[in-house]
Design a protein around this ligand. Structure first.
Ligand code: 3PG
Ligand code: MG
Length: 399
């Protein structure tokens, strides 16, 4: 890509310079204990941070976490992330109690060469996500004052037109970090000339979230396998009863239309695991996808579907997967996602996993991450990239 990257910045020399790094440290936290349940996104920015530390930069890291509403909210504090980041870097991370206030200023001022600070959650400030250019710009001015250069390594947030992603690079010399560079390199292979057959697997709960990417992918892919909660709206569109399964009634007609136009590329489940209730203890059985009992809801794809999807994947030369096949967090409904993930790792294909949920599924099911060629840190961002949309964070780096 025609963007300057970290190596260009390092070549200029960063020793003693303050480098503001936008990272996506939006990691899942346990609702009860507040502990980090998956630190994949923290690990993903270590190559960039490590390189800056070694080069003697004063590294100022900023990120969002969750969706606080423009004011401090303790449940979304980045403090636990600072602790984990320090462990992984094996160096103290100086945590600022605010994002651009007194604490941030004194923390940044006190940094020695090769030290790292983490600012408090960007979204504790209205300006970060504001739709008003002036309000975002005023916040960007405050952030930009903490850096002599800016590195964007927040791939998971490049689809957001937010101050730290879009407006700060207009104010400082800017480059793409190692993670952003790698993500864009990989995804551009998929939108360029993927080796064929190119098979895409989509799951997750809502068709409406995935409609744009389905539309964009249908002409390009050889096969589109659909599982997860959204398969029931497609099954309904085929005229099947889906019991009490997740259903987007207003999308049924759209799905019928997609199926008609798909030229047979779309593969749907032939069997599903249907349960009495949305609970790990609920009575459940594998049933035909065209015969879900009226009082039951589908919570996973069935074994025959996994075998069919695996057969399609075994032919593939390029694979992209986004979205779990079932409620993998509950043991009785994890087999579909597990089986699918294993089929991808067995295929002799270039394989990319997109998205927070599917990446977390890979790790929480204890699957070998090295079996995939790339696990993207961006869910929404990777889908919007594949849709061919302009990503504000990337566009800002190109300028
Ligand atoms: C994500 O988790 O998808 C990214 O961190 C972006 O977060 P957002 O969807 O709240 O903007
Ligand atoms: Mg998201």
């Amino acid at each position: 890509m025609s963007i300057r990257n970290l190596d260009d910045l390092l070549a200029e020399g960063v020793s003693g310079r303050r480098v503001l790094v936008r990272a996506d440290l939006n990691v899942p936290l346990d609702k009860q204990t507040g502990e980090i349940t998956d630190d994949g996104r923290i690990r993903a920015v270590l190559p960039t941070l490590g390189a800056l530390v070694s080069a003697g930069a004063k590294v100022v890291v900023c990120s969002h976490l969750g969706r606080p509403k423009g004011a401090p909210d303790p449940q979304f504090s980045l403090r636990p992330v600072a602790g984990r980041l320090g462990e992984l870097l094996d160096a103290p991370v100086h945590f600022a109690e605010d994002t651009v206030g007194d604490s941030a200023r004194s923390t940044v001022d006190a940094l020695a060469d090769g030290q790292v600070a983490l600012l408090e959650n960007l979204r504790f400030n209205k300006g970060e996500t504001s739709k008003d250019d002036a309000e975002r710009g005023a916040f960007a001015d405050q952030l930009a004052a903490f850096g002599d250069a800016y590195v964007d390594d927040a791939f998971g947030a490049v689809h957001r037109k937010h101050a730290s992603v879009y407006d700060v690079p207009a104010r400082l010399p800017h480059v793409a970090g190692r993670l952003v560079l790698r993500e864009v390199e990989v995804l551009s292979k998929l939108t360029g000339r993927p080796e064929r057959p190119y098979v895409v697997v989509l799951g997750g709960s809502k068709v409406s979230d995935k409609l744009a990417v389905i539309e964009a992918l249908l002409p390009t892919v050889d096969r589109l396998l659909i599982g997860g909660g959204m398969c029931f709206t497609f099954l309904k569109a085929q005229g099947h009863e889906v019991g009490t399964s997740l259903l987007e009634e207003e999308m049924v007609e759209t799905c019928r239309n997609l199926l008609e136009r798909s030229g047979g590329k779309i593969m749907l489940p032939v069997d599903v695991v249907a349960a009495d209730a949305f609970s790990p203890d609920a009575a459940h059985d594998t049933v035909r996808a065209d015969g879900i009992p009226s009082h039951r809801l589908g919570l996973d794809i069935g074994p025959e579907t996994v075998a069919g999807f695996a057969a399609a994947l075994s032919q593939a030369k390029t694979i992209f997967w986004n979205g779990p096949m079932g409620v993998f967090e509950m043991a009785p409904f994890a087999a579909g996602t597990r089986g699918l993930a294993e089929a991808i790792t067995k295929a002799d294909a270039f394989s990319v996993v997109g998205g927070g949920d599917s990446a977390a599924a890979v790790r929480s099911l204890g699957l070998d991450e090295s079996g995939f060629d790339h696990i993207s840190t961006g869910g929404g961002a990777s889908l919007e990239y594949l849709e061919g949309k302009t990503l504000p964070g990337i566009a800002a780096l190109e300028k």
